[in-house]
Design a protein around this ligand. Structure first.
Ligand code: 3PY
Ligand code: MG
Length: 235
């Protein structure tokens, strides 16, 4: 989702998808918006995921405290940056997340001791691989203890692969790079994820072994629905 609306999040959470991801990087969603949206998504029985604005130390804990199940951090280019991400997202001894997740704690129905024990398993953290630098380090990033998955940003990845010449989400070089990322994830028993955005792209990435795909953006779904309606009426 890119649109900051709890009312819309509640509707999107009832569409036939496995979860709803809030885009705090390229969407228009800030943390106060995310709080209401996460609650609406969870109330519909779906997991709420968040793509953070940046790989900062505060956002994972803040979003998990509010009830998010997964945080996806952009532009994780090195092993050190991946380790910093895990530190921000996981409680000790795996990381250094600060205690205070009252919304998540109450919603879990667990005692504080149980929540502390279960939280690192209940919350997932994914590193975005979307630069040539990240690709060169992908085996080391994928082996970061506590990291739950890799998530490819194919647009940025193709931009850096082509040195700024263009965006090509299904170009030969992009797909070769994505095959390497999927292999690194598989070798470490973590999730291989990517941003899809259209049926054709999703099918291509499934073919590469990706198992977690951000399917489509809210505004695109609306545009496609409107275009389809007009086509049907015209036909
Ligand atoms: C990218 O393709 O670069 C992304 O970050 C997808 O949202
Ligand atoms: Mg990107």
């Amino acid at each position: 989702m890119s649109v900051p609306s709890a009312a819309l999040a509640s509707q999107v959470a009832r569409l036939p998808f496995d979860g709803v991801c809030l885009d705090m990087q390229h969407g228009m969603i800030g943390f106060p918006d995310a709080v209401g949206m996460i609650a609406a998504i969870n109330a519909a029985g779906r997991p709420a995921l968040v793509r953070s604005l940046w790989n900062d130390a505060a956002t994972p804990g803040q979003c998990f405290d509010a009830g998010a199940s997964c945080v996806i951090a952009p532009m994780v280019n090195t092993r050190a940056q991946a380790e910093a991400l895990v530190r921000a997202a996981k409680y000790p001894p795996m990381g250094a997340r600060s205690w205070g997740g009252y919304t998540a704690l109450q919603a879990s129905g667990l005692t504080p001791a149980e929540y502390l024990r279960e939280a690192n398993r209940m919350t997932m953290v994914f590193a975005m691989v979307e630069t040539v630098e990240a690709l060169e380090n992908v085996e080391a990033i994928a082996a970061t203890p506590g990291l739950d998955g890799l998530f490819v940003g194919p647009s940025d990845l193709s931009i850096t692969l082509s040195k700024g010449a263009g965006v090509d989400k299904t170009g030969k070089e992009t797909l070769a790079a994505m095959a390497r990322v999927a292999q690194a994830a598989r070798a470490n028993g973590i999730v291989a994820g990517a941003f899809g955005g259209s049926a054709e792209v999703i099918k291509t990435y499934l073919g590469l072994g990706y198992t977690f795909i951000a399917a489509a953006v809210d505004v695109d779904l609306m545009q496609w629905g409107a275009a389809d309606l007009n086509r049907t009426l015209a036909g």
